[in-house]
Design a protein around this ligand. Sequence first.
Ligand code: ZN
Length: 323
Amino acid sequence: MLIGGLDIGGTKMAAIVAGPQGPLARAMQPTVKTGTSRALPEQAIALLDEACRKAGVERTMLKRVGVSSAGPFVTIGGEVALVNPNLCGGLEATSDLPNDWVSIPLEHVLRQEFGDIVVRNDCIAALIAERSFGAVRDVKDCVYVTWSTGIGFGLCVDGHVLNGKHGNAGHAGHMLLSENSQALCGCGNRGDVEALISGRNIERLRGRAAADIFSAARRGDADSLKIATEAAQWFGKALYNLTATLDTSVFVIGGSVWQHHGEWMMPTVVKEIASRMPALTADVILLNAALGGLVADIGGLCLVMPEEWKDPWRRSSPWANLA
Ligand SMILES: [Zn+2]
């Protein structure tokens, strides 16, 4: 038996095909944003075809497909559809996207090709991947966090990964933090954590690429250091809020901002958590995500992987061949 994994993001899409011994092949393309709203799931099917061709297998051998996708989701006729503002041009009058989609029938179209499909938000899939093969193997109370162009979370409490009524649990990037801030999020909120510190919104507010600001801060540029320190403080406050809400043990953190700058921002973030409510925060630890750029692909596979594959994969880390 073979399984497929899809990673659907706002800028790129990847497909991966795997067997009991590990991943066989991977294919990647920029995410399509033109045509009808079926164009995106149809691209996903074509990309799985391409991965199968690379692996030298027939697509009919794929018995299950796991999908890790950018959210948020709505449920239409019992099936997951995407309503992501970076993909759907019909959600806002001011959108500059080349389409008028108000939702994308992701599960509906995939289900016509594959009987056994599981769709999860990308941070939930990443959490499952890190709990299966990464930094928080079998940890019962943990949170996956990405600090990147956006901010997102995957939540696990008492060993249960939280999904929510439409699969949107963990969209805590849209928790409100600052009543006074003019920082605007793509969701319409002012002063939510994503508005304040995501790579895209820092650039929108400051008129400079976030990567440049964080790099200049690390070199000691005073203005940039002030912006970056404030961002680390807001990030720490968001993690404190989740600590207080979930009584979590571990935050496992990924995403491009954290990958490049987490090490020097770590003390500021830890201070924001540890300076409050010792009874809640004393044992909380922060870890770097272990699976890097493959976390979403592996997350997709984890959604449909037979349990007996996991031990051999843990011993041999077969995804390393693809990195
Ligand atoms: Zn928001």
